[in-house]
Design a protein around this ligand. Structure first.
Ligand code: AMP
Length: 358
Protein backbone atom coordinates (compact mmCIF):
# COMPACT_ATOMS: atom_id res chain seq x y z
CA UNK A 1 0.00 0.00 0.00
CA UNK A 2 0.98 3.63 -0.29
CA UNK A 3 1.04 4.90 3.27
CA UNK A 4 1.06 8.64 3.90
CA UNK A 5 2.68 9.98 7.05
CA UNK A 6 1.84 13.45 8.36
CA UNK A 7 5.01 14.71 10.04
CA UNK A 8 8.61 13.81 9.21
CA UNK A 9 10.35 13.26 12.56
CA UNK A 10 12.25 10.28 13.90
CA UNK A 11 9.05 8.38 14.68
CA UNK A 12 8.00 8.59 11.03
CA UNK A 13 11.50 7.54 10.02
CA UNK A 14 11.16 4.34 12.11
CA UNK A 15 7.66 3.66 10.76
CA UNK A 16 9.12 3.78 7.23
CA UNK A 17 12.09 1.53 8.04
CA UNK A 18 9.81 -1.09 9.57
CA UNK A 19 7.00 -0.74 7.04
CA UNK A 20 9.28 -1.16 4.02
CA UNK A 21 10.06 -4.68 5.19
CA UNK A 22 6.37 -5.39 4.75
CA UNK A 23 6.45 -4.15 1.17
CA UNK A 24 4.74 -0.79 1.59
CA UNK A 25 5.66 2.56 0.08
CA UNK A 26 5.79 5.75 2.09
CA UNK A 27 4.83 9.31 1.25
CA UNK A 28 5.66 11.96 3.82
CA UNK A 29 4.08 15.36 4.19
CA UNK A 30 5.82 18.05 6.25
CA UNK A 31 7.13 21.46 5.36
CA UNK A 32 9.88 21.02 7.99
CA UNK A 33 11.70 18.11 6.17
CA UNK A 34 12.84 15.95 9.06
CA UNK A 35 14.59 12.55 8.85
CA UNK A 36 11.49 10.75 7.51
CA UNK A 37 11.43 13.07 4.45
CA UNK A 38 15.02 12.06 3.67
CA UNK A 39 14.11 8.40 3.22
CA UNK A 40 10.51 8.62 2.01
CA UNK A 41 9.57 7.41 -1.48
CA UNK A 42 8.16 10.88 -2.01
CA UNK A 43 7.91 13.93 0.21
CA UNK A 44 5.44 16.81 0.04
CA UNK A 45 5.12 20.21 1.66
CA UNK A 46 1.92 21.11 3.52
CA UNK A 47 0.75 23.29 0.61
CA UNK A 48 0.45 20.30 -1.73
CA UNK A 49 -1.60 18.21 0.68
CA UNK A 50 -4.44 17.62 -1.83
CA UNK A 51 -2.07 15.87 -4.22
CA UNK A 52 -0.54 13.95 -1.28
CA UNK A 53 -3.96 12.74 -0.13
CA UNK A 54 -4.90 11.64 -3.65
CA UNK A 55 -1.76 9.51 -3.90
CA UNK A 56 -2.11 7.74 -0.53
CA UNK A 57 -4.17 4.62 0.21
CA UNK A 58 -4.12 5.39 3.92
CA UNK A 59 -2.82 8.36 5.93
CA UNK A 60 -1.43 8.29 9.45
CA UNK A 61 0.46 10.77 11.63
CA UNK A 62 3.61 10.72 13.72
CA UNK A 63 3.16 13.96 15.63
CA UNK A 64 0.18 15.96 16.76
CA UNK A 65 0.84 19.39 15.44
CA UNK A 66 -0.75 18.91 12.02
CA UNK A 67 -3.04 21.65 10.63
CA UNK A 68 -6.65 20.66 11.33
CA UNK A 69 -7.65 21.43 7.75
CA UNK A 70 -5.31 18.67 6.47
CA UNK A 71 -6.48 16.14 9.06
CA UNK A 72 -10.10 16.90 8.19
CA UNK A 73 -9.46 16.51 4.47
CA UNK A 74 -7.75 13.13 5.07
CA UNK A 75 -10.60 12.06 7.32
CA UNK A 76 -13.26 13.17 4.81
CA UNK A 77 -11.63 10.97 2.19
CA UNK A 78 -11.91 8.05 4.64
CA UNK A 79 -8.13 7.62 4.70
CA UNK A 80 -7.09 8.79 8.17
CA UNK A 81 -6.02 6.23 10.82
CA UNK A 82 -5.98 6.62 13.80
CA UNK A 83 -9.25 8.49 13.38
CA UNK A 84 -9.62 12.23 13.66
CA UNK A 85 -11.30 11.88 17.08
CA UNK A 86 -8.07 10.80 18.77
CA UNK A 87 -6.03 13.68 17.41
CA UNK A 88 -8.83 16.18 17.95
CA UNK A 89 -8.76 15.42 21.67
CA UNK A 90 -5.01 15.90 21.65
CA UNK A 91 -5.06 19.27 19.87
CA UNK A 92 -5.37 21.10 23.20
CA UNK A 93 -4.39 20.03 26.70
CA UNK A 94 -7.78 21.24 27.91
CA UNK A 95 -9.74 18.92 25.57
CA UNK A 96 -7.42 16.01 26.41
CA UNK A 97 -7.92 16.50 30.16
CA UNK A 98 -11.68 17.04 29.80
CA UNK A 99 -12.00 13.89 27.73
CA UNK A 100 -10.02 11.72 30.14
CA UNK A 101 -11.70 13.11 33.26
CA UNK A 102 -15.12 12.86 31.56
CA UNK A 103 -14.56 9.16 30.84
CA UNK A 104 -13.58 8.52 34.45
CA UNK A 105 -9.81 8.16 33.98
CA UNK A 106 -7.75 9.49 36.89
CA UNK A 107 -5.84 12.69 36.03
CA UNK A 108 -4.19 15.36 38.18
CA UNK A 109 -6.72 17.90 39.54
CA UNK A 110 -6.80 20.75 37.01
CA UNK A 111 -8.51 23.97 35.90
CA UNK A 112 -8.76 25.51 32.45
CA UNK A 113 -8.04 29.28 32.50
CA UNK A 114 -8.20 32.03 29.86
CA UNK A 115 -5.48 34.35 31.19
CA UNK A 116 -2.17 33.97 33.04
CA UNK A 117 -3.47 35.95 36.04
CA UNK A 118 -6.39 33.58 36.40
CA UNK A 119 -3.99 30.63 36.05
CA UNK A 120 -1.77 32.05 38.83
CA UNK A 121 -4.81 32.42 41.07
CA UNK A 122 -5.85 28.83 40.48
CA UNK A 123 -2.27 27.61 40.91
CA UNK A 124 -2.07 29.38 44.29
CA UNK A 125 -5.14 27.44 45.40
CA UNK A 126 -3.23 24.18 44.67
CA UNK A 127 -0.07 25.40 46.45
CA UNK A 128 2.35 23.47 44.22
CA UNK A 129 1.22 23.50 40.61
CA UNK A 130 2.27 23.39 36.96
CA UNK A 131 0.71 25.87 34.55
CA UNK A 132 0.77 24.56 30.97
CA UNK A 133 -0.14 26.34 27.75
CA UNK A 134 -3.10 24.51 26.28
CA UNK A 135 -1.63 24.45 22.76
CA UNK A 136 1.79 23.72 21.33
CA UNK A 137 3.47 22.67 24.57
CA UNK A 138 5.60 19.54 24.62
CA UNK A 139 8.78 18.27 26.30
CA UNK A 140 8.37 20.74 29.13
CA UNK A 141 7.91 23.72 26.76
CA UNK A 142 5.15 26.12 27.68
CA UNK A 143 5.23 25.00 31.34
CA UNK A 144 5.49 27.27 34.37
CA UNK A 145 6.16 25.86 37.81
CA UNK A 146 4.42 27.42 40.82
CA UNK A 147 5.91 26.57 44.23
CA UNK A 148 4.01 27.21 47.45
CA UNK A 149 1.65 29.48 45.51
CA UNK A 150 4.56 31.65 44.26
CA UNK A 151 5.71 32.21 40.69
CA UNK A 152 8.82 34.26 39.86
CA UNK A 153 9.55 33.41 36.21
CA UNK A 154 8.69 35.11 32.92
CA UNK A 155 5.09 35.94 32.04
CA UNK A 156 3.78 34.27 28.90
CA UNK A 157 1.22 36.07 26.72
CA UNK A 158 -2.41 35.48 27.67
CA UNK A 159 -3.90 32.39 26.07
CA UNK A 160 -5.67 29.26 27.29
CA UNK A 161 -3.81 27.47 30.10
CA UNK A 162 -4.33 24.25 31.98
CA UNK A 163 -3.34 24.55 35.63
CA UNK A 164 -2.49 21.20 37.20
CA UNK A 165 -1.86 20.37 40.80
CA UNK A 166 1.77 19.28 41.11
CA UNK A 167 1.76 15.51 41.63
CA UNK A 168 4.53 14.30 43.97
CA UNK A 169 4.64 11.03 42.03
CA UNK A 170 6.71 7.98 43.03
CA UNK A 171 7.74 7.45 39.42
CA UNK A 172 6.67 7.98 35.80
CA UNK A 173 5.80 5.13 33.47
CA UNK A 174 4.27 4.52 30.07
CA UNK A 175 2.42 1.85 28.18
CA UNK A 176 2.44 1.35 24.44
CA UNK A 177 -0.78 -0.17 23.18
CA UNK A 178 -1.89 -1.19 19.68
CA UNK A 179 -5.34 -1.96 18.34
CA UNK A 180 -6.39 -3.18 14.90
CA UNK A 181 -9.61 -2.70 12.92
CA UNK A 182 -11.11 -5.92 14.29
CA UNK A 183 -10.66 -4.59 17.84
CA UNK A 184 -7.80 -6.93 18.76
CA UNK A 185 -5.67 -5.04 21.28
CA UNK A 186 -2.24 -5.73 22.78
CA UNK A 187 -0.10 -3.84 25.26
CA UNK A 188 3.66 -3.86 25.53
CA UNK A 189 4.99 -4.35 29.04
CA UNK A 190 5.15 -0.94 30.75
CA UNK A 191 8.34 1.15 30.82
CA UNK A 192 9.76 3.08 33.72
CA UNK A 193 10.59 6.63 32.58
CA UNK A 194 13.08 9.19 33.88
CA UNK A 195 12.46 12.73 32.74
CA UNK A 196 14.82 15.63 33.21
CA UNK A 197 13.82 19.26 32.67
CA UNK A 198 10.52 18.00 31.25
CA UNK A 199 12.18 15.73 28.66
CA UNK A 200 12.54 11.98 28.55
CA UNK A 201 16.10 11.09 29.53
CA UNK A 202 15.85 7.32 29.69
CA UNK A 203 13.26 4.62 29.92
CA UNK A 204 13.27 0.87 30.40
CA UNK A 205 11.08 -2.17 30.49
CA UNK A 206 9.59 -4.42 31.82
CA UNK A 207 7.96 -2.69 34.75
CA UNK A 208 5.16 -4.46 36.58
CA UNK A 209 1.89 -2.58 36.10
CA UNK A 210 -1.11 -4.69 35.16
CA UNK A 211 -3.40 -1.82 36.14
CA UNK A 212 -1.75 0.53 33.63
CA UNK A 213 -2.31 -2.05 30.92
CA UNK A 214 -5.99 -2.30 31.90
CA UNK A 215 -6.34 1.49 31.68
CA UNK A 216 -4.65 1.46 28.26
CA UNK A 217 -6.97 -1.28 26.98
CA UNK A 218 -10.05 0.60 28.19
CA UNK A 219 -8.88 3.89 26.67
CA UNK A 220 -8.24 2.57 23.14
CA UNK A 221 -11.58 0.77 23.23
CA UNK A 222 -13.38 3.97 24.29
CA UNK A 223 -11.74 5.81 21.39
CA UNK A 224 -12.36 2.96 18.92
CA UNK A 225 -8.70 3.55 18.18
CA UNK A 226 -6.80 1.93 15.31
CA UNK A 227 -3.00 2.10 15.47
CA UNK A 228 -0.37 2.39 18.19
CA UNK A 229 -0.65 4.79 21.11
CA UNK A 230 1.62 5.82 23.99
CA UNK A 231 0.09 6.59 27.38
CA UNK A 232 2.14 8.30 30.08
CA UNK A 233 1.37 7.73 33.74
CA UNK A 234 2.26 9.04 37.17
CA UNK A 235 2.36 6.45 39.90
CA UNK A 236 1.23 8.09 43.11
CA UNK A 237 0.67 5.97 46.18
CA UNK A 238 -1.17 2.83 45.23
CA UNK A 239 -2.68 4.09 42.00
CA UNK A 240 -1.93 5.55 38.57
CA UNK A 241 -2.91 8.82 36.91
CA UNK A 242 -2.74 9.46 33.19
CA UNK A 243 -0.35 12.37 32.60
CA UNK A 244 -0.92 12.49 28.87
CA UNK A 245 -1.69 10.41 25.82
CA UNK A 246 0.09 10.37 22.47
CA UNK A 247 -2.13 9.05 19.64
CA UNK A 248 0.88 7.72 17.72
CA UNK A 249 4.02 5.66 18.20
CA UNK A 250 5.99 6.91 21.18
CA UNK A 251 9.53 7.82 22.22
CA UNK A 252 9.41 5.35 25.15
CA UNK A 253 8.67 2.56 22.66
CA UNK A 254 11.82 2.83 20.53
CA UNK A 255 13.31 -0.17 22.31
CA UNK A 256 10.46 -2.41 21.13
CA UNK A 257 12.65 -2.73 18.01
CA UNK A 258 15.17 -4.68 20.10
CA UNK A 259 13.52 -6.43 23.00
CA UNK A 260 10.22 -7.59 21.52
CA UNK A 261 8.88 -10.01 18.93
CA UNK A 262 7.24 -7.09 17.09
CA UNK A 263 8.04 -3.38 17.27
CA UNK A 264 5.54 -0.61 17.98
CA UNK A 265 6.25 0.68 14.44
CA UNK A 266 5.43 -2.62 12.75
CA UNK A 267 2.25 -2.92 14.86
CA UNK A 268 1.25 0.58 13.77
CA UNK A 269 1.76 -0.26 10.10
CA UNK A 270 -0.14 -3.55 10.47
CA UNK A 271 -3.04 -1.79 12.19
CA UNK A 272 -3.42 1.13 9.76
CA UNK A 273 -3.17 -1.12 6.71
CA UNK A 274 -6.03 -3.25 8.01
CA UNK A 275 -3.90 -6.28 8.94
CA UNK A 276 -4.04 -8.16 12.21
CA UNK A 277 -1.61 -7.02 14.87
CA UNK A 278 0.72 -9.49 16.63
CA UNK A 279 0.94 -10.35 20.34
CA UNK A 280 4.15 -8.67 21.49
CA UNK A 281 6.41 -11.02 23.45
CA UNK A 282 9.28 -9.45 25.33
CA UNK A 283 12.39 -11.53 24.61
CA UNK A 284 14.81 -9.52 26.74
CA UNK A 285 14.68 -6.47 29.03
CA UNK A 286 15.17 -3.37 26.88
CA UNK A 287 15.22 0.39 27.07
CA UNK A 288 16.11 3.67 25.42
CA UNK A 289 18.42 6.57 26.31
CA UNK A 290 17.81 9.85 24.52
CA UNK A 291 20.73 11.81 23.07
CA UNK A 292 19.92 15.43 23.83
CA UNK A 293 21.77 18.69 23.19
CA UNK A 294 25.12 17.38 21.95
CA UNK A 295 26.26 14.52 19.73
CA UNK A 296 28.79 12.21 21.47
CA UNK A 297 32.32 12.25 20.01
CA UNK A 298 33.84 9.14 18.36
CA UNK A 299 35.34 7.91 21.60
CA UNK A 300 32.02 8.16 23.42
CA UNK A 301 30.17 6.46 20.55
CA UNK A 302 32.70 3.63 20.65
CA UNK A 303 32.25 3.18 24.39
CA UNK A 304 28.48 2.97 23.98
CA UNK A 305 28.66 0.48 21.11
CA UNK A 306 31.30 -1.71 22.75
CA UNK A 307 28.99 -2.43 25.69
CA UNK A 308 27.03 -4.71 23.32
CA UNK A 309 23.25 -4.81 22.99
CA UNK A 310 23.33 -1.08 22.18
CA UNK A 311 22.25 0.55 18.91
CA UNK A 312 22.71 4.25 18.21
CA UNK A 313 20.17 6.15 16.08
CA UNK A 314 21.17 9.53 14.67
CA UNK A 315 18.36 11.82 13.47
CA UNK A 316 20.93 13.93 11.59
CA UNK A 317 19.77 17.15 13.19
CA UNK A 318 21.80 20.25 14.02
CA UNK A 319 22.87 20.13 17.69
CA UNK A 320 21.20 22.59 20.03
CA UNK A 321 20.74 22.63 23.79
CA UNK A 322 17.55 20.79 24.65
CA UNK A 323 17.08 19.23 21.20
CA UNK A 324 16.64 15.46 20.75
CA UNK A 325 19.38 14.44 18.32
CA UNK A 326 19.06 10.69 18.53
CA UNK A 327 18.73 7.81 20.92
CA UNK A 328 20.35 4.59 21.99
CA UNK A 329 18.35 1.37 22.16
CA UNK A 330 19.72 -0.91 24.83
CA UNK A 331 18.95 -4.53 25.65
CA UNK A 332 20.43 -7.11 27.93
CA UNK A 333 19.75 -10.63 29.17
CA UNK A 334 18.91 -9.54 32.71
CA UNK A 335 17.09 -6.55 34.11
CA UNK A 336 19.96 -5.64 36.43
CA UNK A 337 22.48 -5.74 33.57
CA UNK A 338 20.09 -3.62 31.47
CA UNK A 339 19.75 -0.93 34.13
CA UNK A 340 23.54 -0.85 34.54
CA UNK A 341 23.97 -0.42 30.74
CA UNK A 342 21.34 2.33 30.69
CA UNK A 343 23.10 4.18 33.50
CA UNK A 344 26.50 3.75 31.86
CA UNK A 345 25.15 5.10 28.54
CA UNK A 346 23.68 8.05 30.41
CA UNK A 347 27.02 8.67 32.19
CA UNK A 348 28.91 8.57 28.87
CA UNK A 349 26.48 11.05 27.30
CA UNK A 350 26.00 13.49 30.16
CA UNK A 351 28.43 12.73 33.02
CA UNK A 352 27.06 14.81 35.87
CA UNK A 353 26.43 17.81 33.62
CA UNK A 354 22.94 17.12 32.27
CA UNK A 355 22.07 20.81 32.83
CA UNK A 356 24.40 21.75 29.98
CA UNK A 357 22.56 19.51 27.53
CA UNK A 358 18.87 19.54 28.43
P1 AMP B 1 4.14 16.90 29.94
O1 AMP B 1 4.63 17.70 28.77
O2 AMP B 1 2.78 17.30 30.41
O3 AMP B 1 4.28 15.42 29.73
O4 AMP B 1 5.14 17.23 31.14
C1 AMP B 1 6.53 16.93 31.04
C2 AMP B 1 7.03 16.41 32.38
O5 AMP B 1 6.82 17.41 33.40
C3 AMP B 1 6.32 15.17 32.90
O6 AMP B 1 6.84 14.00 32.32
C4 AMP B 1 6.60 15.29 34.38
O7 AMP B 1 7.94 14.88 34.67
C5 AMP B 1 6.49 16.78 34.64
N1 AMP B 1 5.10 17.11 35.01
C6 AMP B 1 4.12 17.50 34.17
N2 AMP B 1 2.95 17.71 34.82
C7 AMP B 1 3.18 17.45 36.12
C8 AMP B 1 2.37 17.47 37.31
N3 AMP B 1 1.08 17.83 37.29
N4 AMP B 1 2.98 17.12 38.47
C9 AMP B 1 4.29 16.76 38.52
N5 AMP B 1 5.10 16.73 37.44
C10 AMP B 1 4.57 17.07 36.26
Amino acid sequence: MKIGILGSGQLGWMIILEGRRLGHRFLVMDSAKGPASEIADKSYSNESYREFLRECDVVTYEFENIPMEILEAASDEGKLLPSIDAIRIKKKRSTEKDYLAGKGFRVAPYHVCGTFDEALDRAASFGDAVIKTSSEGYDGKGQFRVRHGQYTGERPVDQEFVVEKFVPFDYEASVIVSRDITGTTYCYRPSLNFNYAGKLRYSYSPLRGRKMEEIALRLVKELDYVGTMGIEFFRDGADYMINEIAPRVHNTGHHTLRGFSVSQFEQHVLAVTGSEIIKPEQFVPSGVVNIIGNWPDNEAEKRIISMGGTTIYNYFKQARKGRKLGHVNVCSLSFSALSEKIRETDRILYGNKADLFF
